[in-house]
Design a protein around this ligand. Structure first.
Ligand code: HEM
Ligand SMILES: CC(C)=CCC/C(C)=C/CC/C(C)=C/COP(=O)(O)OP(=O)(O)O
Length: 290
């Protein structure tokens, strides 16, 4: 296999992205498991999650190397930049995906494996290969991969119930503002590459109100879940500042809709989802100490 620098091999896994997918799975496990936490299970979820989501990211880069070459944001990725051969990328993608799914099945069991496989297929096949270049509904259907990430962790602790489903929709509802705020900042890239994301298909004013509204909606939904299922003071101390910040940023983007305002919104989406997960885990931990 041609030489493949470790840095490029890691870059192919989208490390700056998949950490939050793994945190979603770990959060799903902890929220279902507390107070009976099995530390080894946490390590297994982290390893199987990193491998499987890394494999899905490598598949996305393989299937999109032509489009990535057209966008300023993605042109320097290993495949369009030529620092990894297509053959080496295929080998890495297959090894990561197979290892992640097989270890997920052996270590975590059938249901976690099924959700990991569903997440992989929804993201790498349904979203990346089938929908992304065809319809603005790409993220609304591909977004179920986000539910799957969280549910794969929950299923490693307990059967999927209504709470698990509602919790997984905190990720799903978070996705549209997460991606469409970035598209506002890179709308020329998406137009040039011919990717039909909603913000490049509708009037700018419609995109601005839709994205700001969805960012507020997804944040309020997270707060609603916290009140209903956790509702303990320590978590509020973490969560409420981020709820306030998210609403402030959304209002600011509505009133002063610059590309920078939407870039700020995008950069704040991951901290907000992260703090929601951490607040729920902390809140439950303080209520039901092991
Ligand atoms: C269909 C679903 C999704 C789409 C289309 C999407 C799209 C994107 C895009 C285009 C980026 C920028 C990547 C780059 O420039 O390197 C990004 C970044 C990111 N995504 Fe997503 N995403 C999706 C779902 C998710 C999910 C479910 C999670 C985690 C639960 C997630 C976590 C992240 C993180 C942590 C980043 C880096 C954010 C930053 O740089 O501040 N994404 N996403
Ligand atoms: C195993 C499992 C649960 C997998 C699911 C993983 C999942 C939901 C990944 C989505 C993360 C992501 C960066 C999407 C962007 O794709 P893009 O093609 O829109 O971004 P790009 O333009 O930066 O390549």
């Amino acid at each position: 296999m041609e030489s493949m620098k470790l840095g490029d091999a890691i870059e192919l896994m989208k490390p700056r992205v998949i950490w939050l997918l793994v945190l979603s799975a770990i959060g799903g496990y902890l929220i279902a498991a507390i107070p009976k936490i099995n530390a080894l299970r946490l390590v297994e979820i982290a390893i199987a999650g990193l491998l499987s989501t890394g494999g899905s990211a490598a598949a996305n880069m393989l299937f999109e190397k032509d489009v990535d070459a057209l966008m300023t944001r993605t042109a320097k990725r290993p495949l369009p930049a030529g620092s990894i051969s297509v053959k080496a990328a295929w080998v890495e993608m297959i090894v990561l995906t197979a290892a992640g799914l097989v270890l997920g099945y052996i270590w975590l069991g059938l249901m976690p494996f099924i959700f990991m496989l569903a997440g992989w297929v929804f993201y790498s096949i349904i979203y990346t290969l089938i929908l992304k270049r065809r319809t603005w509904l790409n993220i609304l259907i591909g977004g179920f991969a986000g539910n799957a990430a969280l549910l794969s962790g929950w299923a490693a602790a307990a059967p999927i119930n209504l709470e698990a489903m509602l919790l997984s929709f905190a990720v799903y509802l978070w996705i549209p503002a997460h991606i469409w705020s970035l598209v506002m900042r890179y709308s020329d890239d998406y137009r040039k590459a011919g990717i039909p994301m909603l913000p490049v298909l509708v009037r700018r004013s419609t995109a601005i109100s839709t994205i700001s509204g969805l960012n507020i909606l997804s944040t309020i939904y997270m707060l609603f879940l916290y009140v209903i299922y956790v509702n303990s003071i320590p978590g509020y101390i973490i969560l409420l500042p981020f709820v306030a910040m998210s609403i402030y940023i959304s209002a600011k983007s509505l009133l002063n809709p610059t590309d920078d305002a939407f870039w700020t919104m995008f950069k704040m989406t991951s901290p907000i989802l992260t703090m929601f997960i951490l607040a729920a885990v902390l809140g439950l931990f303080m209520q039901f100490p092991p």
